[in-house]
Design a protein around this ligand. Structure first.
Ligand code: AKG
Ligand code: FE2
Length: 286
């Protein structure tokens, strides 16, 4: 038994109208294989290049340890000089990832290497984010706090992506007051005895290669597993659908602060309570 996943459609290139009508309006994902061949990044961006221009910067690192009540919301687990981190990535598999690294702030010169694609969506120009990972590193299954539309471009290798739309949430063992599913689910090889409702979820999958652009519609759940060392750039546009916009505002203004407060007040009991709730909330959908 495996997850019920459909291959994400692929196009070589696509016009603005075709993108809006075929993918954005119905909120379906697509991989655009040659969407960034005109960016300098297409030929320039690899780990050696990043090491050369950002090697001295200290970067925050995340691994796949379960959420600890002592941590803040999305708090990093370690830090390293970028050059040491890239050496580590190239030397051996590592769980350490860079997550949500704002390149505009950190290395402004990298901005000259990419463009904001004109697909008719207003992209948030202050929030281009980079993500790095080594062989076998993976993110938790999550969706982004702002439920954005995301243009996600991969560089320097390959990674596997699994996506679900928000309608699948009831089958996914979502942890309440968070943006993740139960962290002990291995989406690469799920145990359906422990997580039977996953059998009912219908999702999408793709394997991204260097220079390919994945469009993730609003609030889509995503799990990404690096097959080789590499990195990705995410550009985002705020959600259009009123329900998603309301959820984004709620998450940013209330949810994350409430969760932080409860961790302070109740400690590990709060985390344990939420993890139990993830199972009882999903039980009716088995
Ligand atoms: O690829 C990654 O490490 C995570 C990407 C991600 O979560 C995002 O683009 O929102
Ligand atoms: Fe994300």
């Amino acid at each position: 038994m495996t997850l019920n996943l459909t291959a994400i459609p692929r196009v070589k290139t696509i016009s603005k109208d075709a993108f809006l009508n075929t993918y954005y309006k119905p909120q379906l994902p697509v991989v655009i294989e040659q969407g960034i061949t005109d960016w300098p990044a297409y030929s320039k961006w690899n780990l050696e290049y990043i090491k050369a221009i950002a090697g001295d910067i200290t970067v925050p690192l995340y691994d796949d340890r379960p959420v600890d009540y002592k941590d803040g919301f999305n708090q990093a687990h370690a830090q390293m000089k970028m050059s040491d981190y890239i050496d580590l990535l190239q030397r051996e598999p590592t769980k350490y990832r860079i997550f949500l690294w704002n390149i505009l702030k950190e290395v402004p010169q990298l901005q000259q290497d990419f463009k904001y694609p004109d697909f008719g969506l207003r992209l948030m120009k202050t929030l281009p984010m980079l993500f790095f990972g080594g062989t076998d590193a993976h993110t938790f299954m999550h969706y982004d706090i702002d439920l954005a539309n995301i243009f996600h471009v991969h560089f320097n290798g390959k990674k596997d992506c699994i996506l679900f739309d928000q309608r699948q949430t009831k089958y996914l063992y979502k942890v309440p007051h968070s943006l993740i599913t139960r962290e002990d689910i291995d989406f690469n090889n799920p145990d359906f005895n422990t997580w039977p409702a996953l059998k009912n979820a219908k999702g999408w999958t793709c394997q991204l290669q260097h220079g390919e652009l994945l469009y993730l519609p609003e609030g889509y759940w995503h799990y990404m597993r690096y097959l080789t060392p590499g990195f990705s750039l995410s550009l985002r546009a705020i959600p259009k659908r009123p329900l998603h916009l309301c959820k984004a505002v709620y998450n940013i203004l209330i949810m994350r602060h409430f969760d932080h407060l409860m961790r302070k007040l109740k400690g590990q009991k709060w985390i344990d309570y939420k993890n139990k709730k993830a199972v009882t909330n999903t039980a009716p959908f088995v």
